[in-house]
Write a protein that binds this ligand. Structure first.
Ligand code: GLN
Length: 537
């Protein structure tokens, strides 16, 4: 079957949940038995988002193949329940560096290289290569940013060109503000934004309306009049109780049938089984019978988008265990104040220190870990959270007071966490960390790690520069720290544990592979233990 093309564009503004609409369409296609893949365009000139500050950009998502990609890939993978690859992320940086390399090699001899047709041609070539190599039934292309931005204009132009050669279905996402005093959904911003879409030469088939409240029939009528889009092709995208309901909501609204029909597929094989599986899981998210409180102690808590996958992994585990997981974001620096007696942490049934970079807040995180160990509050340390768990243990149990990571203090006496000489190879910052999926061997069956994963060789995704210093392995083990997992060659420490209570740190980021039906095993264990902490006291 020839690949069908769908393009999702945002009109008006960013942050409306284009990634969720794209993912919902992917999941709907899966319900109908079709193999759909996403492509994401990002206009920024960074090669990838690996060097961006999560405070500005949100979480950097990592794929099995080491690619550092936009956090939308996390949403795609979670909705599709499929591992994706880095070629599906097309950035301005990748395009420009590719085109300049081609020019230097003489690829355009005689030509002056231009945005149109050369850069747009490069975009079309990449899309066609993906279609030819991966042969998906449908490619859903999400254009980052908003129509009207300079940054994504060449992507949109390329999509217009694609529609000359192929049938392309355009889905535009817009926002409808509701003014309470007037009691009315305002359509004018969308009318104006729609004109800027029409100026690009693109005519959307569907208009998806993001709104806090249900989109009224009379609002649809008005929008139809001003946009020339048929009223039943204007789709309600109002806030749902959980974002995992979105595909079901679109089906309830009748979007699925019109969409499948419009792109030219047969819509007779909707899987009732997949729908009821999702409905049942959502029921446990929305009406759980238990409830626990988890503290995430980090430094990017001002923008929780920096920890989206951690948040979702907790929701997945909660859904499995029929438990509402209340998450509080605790600013690590708050736990550094000398007068703090950890009163703030007492109401939690579990503590997480997630990944992070740089010195700010680390002493507060170490205090939170010490509190968890001593009070036997279940603890999960992720990457930085594992490194700090080792440092806390060295300082407070092994009594090596001057212990740290060389990331925070290069001259410390006990370099518990450091970069191995073999890793100090480059001055480049982009794509030089330990990245992507790594195999890991669980060495002890009597361990939290084994009880969680139930097998001895596992694979998780990584994104870090520093490692546990092997020089301290024996000494730490003699003092009771369990080194439960390493790389299969035993070179790098992957997981450490406390023997008393539930405490585990992993050098990987298990949240990146957590899925609604397959929660990350360590998160699931944390929540099980947090439930026991609350209910079995
Ligand atoms: N900053 C630490 C390192 O680079 C931890 C990174 C992380 O938590 N992802 O090793």
């Amino acid at each position: 079957m020839k690949t069908k093309f769908v393009v999702v564009l945002g009109a008006l503004m960013s942050g409306m949940g284009k990634g969720i609409v794209t993912s919902s369409i992917l999941q709907i296609l899966d319900f109908y038995g079709y193999n759909a893949l996403p492509i994401k365009f990002d206009g920024y000139l960074n090669y990838d988002c690996g060097t961006m500050n999560p405070y500005r950009h949100g979480e950097v998502f990592v794929l099995n193949d080491k690619s550092e990609v936009d956090m939308d890939f996390g949403i795609y993978e979670r909705f599709l329940n499929k591992d994706l690859t880095g070629d599906l992320s097309i950035t301005g940086g990748k395009l420009f560096s590719g085109i300049i390399e081609k020019e230097r090699k003489g690829g355009f001899l005689g030509d002056d290289v231009q945005i149109i047709p050369h850069l747009t041609g490069e975009i079309l070539e990449r899309i066609k290569n993906i279609a030819n190599e991966k042969k998906p039934d449908v490619l859903i292309i999400e254009v980052g940013g908003t129509v009207g931005d300079i940054e994504n204009s060449y992507f949109i132009e390329a999509m217009r060109q694609l529609s000359l050669e192929e049938k392309v279905t355009f889905v535009a996402l817009t926002y409808l503000p509701f003014i309470d005093v007037v009691g009315e959904q305002k359509t004018k911003p969308t009318q104006i934004a729609f004109r800027s879409i029409m100026n690009t030469g693109i005519r959307p088939t569907f208009l998806v309306c993001r709104s806090d409240k249900r989109v009224l029939e009379k609002t649809k009528e008005k929008l139809s009049l001003f946009t020339n889009i048929k009223k039943d092709y204007i789709i309600d995208d109002s806030t749902q109780d959980t974002l995992y309901r979105m595909p079901l909501h679109f089906i309830r609204e009748g979007f699925d049938k019109k969409f499948i029909d419009e792109i030219g597929l047969d819509g007779s094989n909707l899987s009732k089984k997949k729908i009821s599986e999702l409905e049942n899981t959502i029921e446990r998210i929305v009406h759980p019978t238990k409830e626990i409180n988890i503290a995430i102690v980090g430094k990017y808590v001002g923008l929780t988008d920096a920890y989206t996958s951690v948040k979702e992994a907790l929701i997945h585990s909660g859904a499995k265990l029929d438990c509402k997981v209340n998450i509080d974001w605790v600013e690590a620096e708050e736990l550094e104040k000398p007068e703090n007696d950890f009163e703030i942490l007492k109401k939690y049934n579990g503590v997480i220190v997630p990944g992070g970079f740089g010195k700010r807040g680390i002493e507060g995180m170490i205090n939170a870990i010490k509190y968890s160990r001593e009070s036997k509050t279940p603890y999960l340390g992720i990457c930085l959270g594992m490194q700090l768990m080792a440092i806390e243990y060295a300082r407070n149990v092994c009594k090596l007071n001057d212990s740290n990571s060389t990331e925070f203090n290069p001259n410390v006496e006990h370099k518990i966490i450091y970069t191995m000489p073999s890793q100090r190879r480059t001055q480049y910052k982009g794509a030089t960390m330990r990245l992507g999926a790594w195999d890991c061997k669980i060495n002890k069956t009597d361990s939290i790690a084994y009880r969680s994963y139930k097998k001895d060789i596992i694979s998780e995704r990584h994104r870090h520069r520093f490692e546990f210093n092997n020089k301290y392995r024996d000494m730490m083990e003699k003092n009771g720290l369990v080194i439960s997992a390493t790389t299969p060659d035993n070179e790098l420490v992957e997981m450490i544990e406390w023997t008393d209570g539930f405490g585990i740190g992993t050098q990987a980021h298990p949240e990146l592979k957590s899925r609604l039906y397959e929660p990350a095993p360590l998160f699931l264990s944390l929540i099980e233990n947090a439930i026991a902490h609350k209910y079995n006291k």
